[in-house]
Design a binder for this molecule. Structure first.
Ligand SMILES: [Zn+2]
Length: 497
C-alpha cells in the first residue's frame, strides 16, 4: 500500500483529501496515507465547489458505555457519507526502538480477522461501492470509507470487526513488513528532501517524541516482530481509545444505534500510561548539513512554537496560535504573499519558498520555513533573505490592507474546505484525537478574524527567535556517483506532495 502522502493541515498548493487548516508543504512528513482504492486525491481544489456551503448543523455527540466516542454531522446535499474510525495512537506514543510500529499496525489492519480473511476487507469495501483509506500520523491512526449512505451499516460492521478481532499471521506480517520497508525506501531514503526533513526533525527535537519519523527508522523496522504489532494492537485498539466519526446524509440516532450494536459489544480496557516528554528548552541555533544525491540545494528552518493545545492548557494566550497561523499566510499564502512577492519575483533570490505552521498537534511543534535558492544564489544568502522577512515582521506592523487580504484568504480557504464531508470528518476526528475537542472547529474562523497587526508582531518577537531555530541545508551531490555505489538501482521518483 504505497500511495501519495496526505496530511491534515499542510498543503496549500496541492490540496489533498485530508487537508484541515491551511498550511504549507513544510509538514509533509506528518502523515502517511495508505489506500486501498482512493481516487481523486489531488487537486480537489479545482475539481468542484458546490454553490451551497453546508450549513452549520450541529455535531451530535454520543459516548458508548465502553468509552467510545461517536460524532455525527448531517450533510444532506448528496446521498453519501464518510465513516472514519480514529485511534489515539501514533508515532508520538512510541519509544526508541519501536518507531514506525503504529504505521506498520495500520498496514496489518487490512490483513484479515477471524471473520474476514486477508484480502476480504478490500472485496467487501468494493462490493458496497466504497473507497477506503487509512493514515497514520504522529498523534493518531485513522481508517475510513466513503460510500453511499445506505451502505453505511456494512462499513460500521467491518470497522467494528477489525477493532478487536485482527489476526496476526506471521507470514502476512513478514510480507507487510517488507512492504513498509519498501515504502520507506521510496518515500524517504530515495527522496533527498524527505531524508533531510527526517534528520532535521531529529535534531530540532531532542526529547519530544516528534523527533521520530512516522514511517520509523529502518533499523527499528528491521527488528520488528509480529508480537510487537500484536501487543500494540491489544494495548491501543480499544473502544475507549477510539472515536467514530460519520458525516453525510445520515440519521444520527440510527448511527448511534448501529454504534451500540457493533462497537458496544466490546469492553473498555485500561490504557497504558503515557509519559510526559516535554521538549527541553533550546539554548541556541542548531545547524545541520546533509550531502545527498539531489538536483537542487535546499534549506529548511524551524522555530519552536506553541500549538492550540498549549493555548487550551493556558500555557500561552489563546490568540497566539491564530496569530502564528495568519503570520504563516503573510509569508506564504499564494502569489501576493511576501515570500513570493519579495524573494521569488522581486529580488529573485529564491526559486521557491514556503512557510507552514501546524497548530493542531498533541504537542508543540515547529514553525517551518523552506526554500530553494535561485540559480547562482547561495543557500546562506537565501537563509539571510528568508530570516530578513521574519525580522521585518518583528519590527514593522502589517498594514490593515494586507491583514484584511490575508484574513479573507484564510477564511475563504476554510469555507472552501468545509465544503467537503471528508474534510469535515477529518477535522472532527483529528481535533478529538489530539485532545482539543471537536468544538474547536467552530473557533477557527473567529480566531483568525480577531488577530491584530500588533499580535502578529508580538508572536514574531516572542517565538521566531534565533536561539530556538534549527536549520538544515541540503548540499546536492552528483546523482551519477551515487547510482554507481548503490547495490541495485532504486526508484528516485519523488512522491507528489
Ligand atoms: Zn504505509
Amino acid at each position: 500500500m504505497i500511495t501519495s502522502l496526505a496530511l491534515p493541515g499542510v498543503i496549500r498548493t496541492s490540496f489533498l483529501v485530508l487537508v484541515i487548516m491551511g498550511l504549507s508543504g513544510a509538514f509533509s512528513s506528518l502523515v502517511l496515507a495508505d489506500s486501498g482504492s482512493i481516487q481523486g486525491k489531488t487537486d480537489s481544489n479545482t475539481n468542484h465547489i458546490s454553490n451551497s456551503v453546508p450549513d452549520n448543523s450541529k455535531v451530535h455527540e454520543y459516548q458508548l458505555k465502553n468509552g467510545m466516542k461517536v460524532l455525527v454531522k448531517q450533510d444532506k446535499r448528496a446521498p453519501v457519507a464518510v465513516i472514519q474510525v480514529w485511534y489515539r495512537i501514533g508515532t508520538s506514543y512510541e519509544h526508541d526502538g519501536i518507531t514506525g510500529l503504529s504505521h506498520l499496525l495500520e498496514h496489518m489492519m487490512f490483513k484479515g480477522t477471524k471473520k474476514h480473511a486477508s484480502g476480504e476487507f478490500e472485496k467487501l469495501v468494493s462490493a458496497i461501492g466504497a473507497r477506503n483509506n487509512a493514515f497514520t500520523s504522529q498523534d493518531y491512526t485513522a481508517y475510513y470509507e466513503v460510500l453511499a449512505s445506505d451502505k453505511l451499516e456494512t462499513a460500521i460492521e467491518i470497522e467494528a470487526d477489525r477493532m478487536r478481532n485482527l489476526l496476526f499471521d506471521p507470514e502476512e506480517f513478514k510480507k507487510e513488513l517488507e512492504v513498509v520497508k519498501e515504502e520507506r525506501r521510496l518515500r524517504t531514503d530515495d527522496n533527498p528532501n524527505a531524508l533531510m526533513r527526517e534528520q532535521f526533525n531529529a535534531v530540532a527535537f531532542l526529547n519530544s517524541p516528534y523527533r521520530a519519523p512516522v514511517i520509523g527508522w529502518m533499523v527499528d523496522l528491521e527488528h520488528m516482530k509480529v508480537e510487537d504489532a500484536h501487543d500494540w494492537y491489544k494495548k491501543w485498539y480499544t473502544p475507549n481509545n477510539a472515536t467514530l466519526v460519520i458525516v453525510g446524509d445520515v440519521d444520527p440516532e440510527q448511527i448511534h444505534a448501529w454504534a451500540e450494536k457493533y462497537f458496544g459489544v466490546y469492553q473498555s480496557h485500561p490504557l497504558p500510561d503515557v509519559k510526559v516528554r516535554t521538549e527541553v528548552e533550546q539554548k541556541g541555533i542548531r545547524h545541520i548539513t546533509m550531502k545527498l544525491p539531489a538536483k537542487l540545494p535546499g534549506l529548511r528552518m524551524g522555530f519552536k512554537v506553541p500549538g492550540m493545545i498549549s493555548a487550551k492548557k493556558g500555557e500561552v494566550e489563546k490568540w497566539e496560535p491564530y496569530a502564528l497561523e495568519v503570520l504563516a499566510y503573510i509569508l506564504d499564502g499564494g502569489d501576493s504573499a511576501r515570500f513570493a512577492k519579495n524573494l521569488v519575483r522581486g529580488r529573485e533570490i529564491a526559486a521557491s519558498a514556503g512557510a507552514g505552521y501546524y497548530s493542531y498537534g498533541r504537542l508543540p511543534n515547529l514553525f517551518v520555513i523552506t526554500g530553494v535558492p535561485a540559480k547562482d544564489v547561495s543557500t546562506a544568502d537565501l537563509q539571510k533573505a528568508l530570516l530578513n522577512e521574519v525580522d521585518i515582521l518583528k519590527n514593522e506592523l502589517v498594514s490593515e490592507a494586507e491583514l484584511k487580504r490575508v484574513k479573507a484568504q484564510v477564511v475563504a480557504n476554510e469555507v472552501f474546505e468545509r465544503d467537503s464531508i471528508e474534510h469535515v470528518a477529518t477535522l472532527l476526528g483529528s481535533l478529538e484525537s489530539v485532545g482539543l475537542g471537536h468544538q474547536y472547529m467552530d473557533d477557527y474562523v473567529p480566531g483568525v478574524l480577531a488577530v491584530t497587526a500588533e499580535q502578529i508582531r508580538e508572536v514574531a518577537k516572542k517565538y521566531l527567535l534565533e536561539d530556538h531555530l534549527t536549520v538544515a541545508e541540503l548540499i546536492p551531490q552528483s546523482l551519477k556517483t551515487t547510482a554507481k555505489t548503490e547495490k541495485k538501482p532504486s526508484t528516485t521518483k519523488s512522491i507528489k506532495k
